[in-house]
Design a protein around this ligand. Structure first.
Ligand SMILES: [Zn+2]
Length: 302
């Protein structure tokens, strides 16, 4: 952050301590009533009185409230990604129980940023791309490093086996074998690779399991593929999610145990004898072809 301010405005940045009474930022972060806020509005707009005086008269108390790690974080240069242009790493995925909620909240952040930067972009698409890229950075760092710069690095297994590549947005995709298909869009032909143990993958599997109306493993996997995602060792990953689905547990539970199987009916296990003793004599008595056909169908349905 300090590097960015220094670069853009040529201002040297030093962080010092300001007491709560003199710090307008504390008004909002610590909360106060609208009446008190109105009373202190001048401080909010103009800052403390000493800020208009000579620099020598400013307060020089050090920031004792921040740890060394926090200070380093403030001083570290912000990674201004070409698309995201802001770090929103404070969004913790584990706090969200569904993919739709996570995307909604993340897209609100992007909506706010777009409004500040006066640009018109779809915040939902930005949110999805941001979340996928964050997941791939965390779960597929080796593959991502290789794809960004393969020089002097050994090719990871996944890159070779799944024929991975980076799309124009910097998302890792797998080049499948249906590139010539005219029935499938680009997203299905080249699915996005998901980290099998990442929390976002769990939310995506959960979402597609719900879309498939809580059908089994194969249908959920099919929905995920049609959604444009590829999960390595998908069977186990889907099993882990479906195994914890309360709706599936509820609907698949039976109120009593299934009774033991009994013997099959005699005609089904003695079919040859059945044909010789019953069907052939009856058929031989018939002369009309239609009646013979009807008769065969009747015996087959018994
Ligand atoms: Zn389910």
């Amino acid at each position: 952050m300090t590097e960015k301010i220094k670069c853009d405005f040529n201002i040297k940045v030093n962080f010092k301590y300001a007491s709560t009474i003199e710090n307008p930022a504390d008004y909002i972060t610590r909360g106060l009533t609208i009446r008190i806020f109105k009373e202190k509005l001048s401080l909010w707009y103009e800052g403390p009185k000493w800020i208009k005086q000579e620099e020598s008269s400013w307060c020089h108390r050090e920031l004792g409230c921040l740890s060394k790690a926090q200070m380093e974080r403030i001083s570290a240069p912000v990674n201004y990604d070409a698309e995201n242009e802001v770090a929103i790493s404070e969004i913790k995925l584990e706090n969200f129980s569904s993919l739709s909620k996570l995307i909604s909240v993340t897209s609100l952040v992007f909506k706010f940023i777009n409004r500040l930067r006066k640009r018109e972009m779809d915040p939902k698409l930005q949110a999805k791309a941001y979340l996928i890229k964050t997941m791939q950075k965390q779960s597929l760092s080796r593959e991502l490093d290789f794809l960004l710069d393969p020089r002097g690095k050994s090719m990871p297994k996944l890159v070779k086996n799944l024929n991975l590549f980076l799309d124009p947005k910097g998302i890792i995709r797998s080049k499948g074998r249906i590139g010539n298909s005219e029935c499938h869009p680009y997203e299905i032909q080249n699915p996005i690779l998901l980290g099998k143990e990442h929390y976002l993958t769990k939310l995506i599997i959960q979402e597609y399991h719900q879309r498939s109306q809580h059908l089994g493993l194969a249908t959920t996997l099919n929905e995920i593929r049609l959604g444009g995602y590829w999960v390595p060792q998908a069977g186990q990953a889907i099993k882990n999610v479906v195994g914890t689905c309360m709706k599936c547990k509820k609907y698949n539970a039976v109120s009593f145990s299934v009774p033991n199987s009994t013997n099959l009916p005699a005609p089904r296990v003695n079919f040859v004898i059945y044909i010789l003793v019953w069907i052939l004599p009856v058929i031989s008595m018939l002369k009309d072809k239609k009646e013979i056909t009807k008769c065969i169908f009747f015996f087959l349905h018994v």
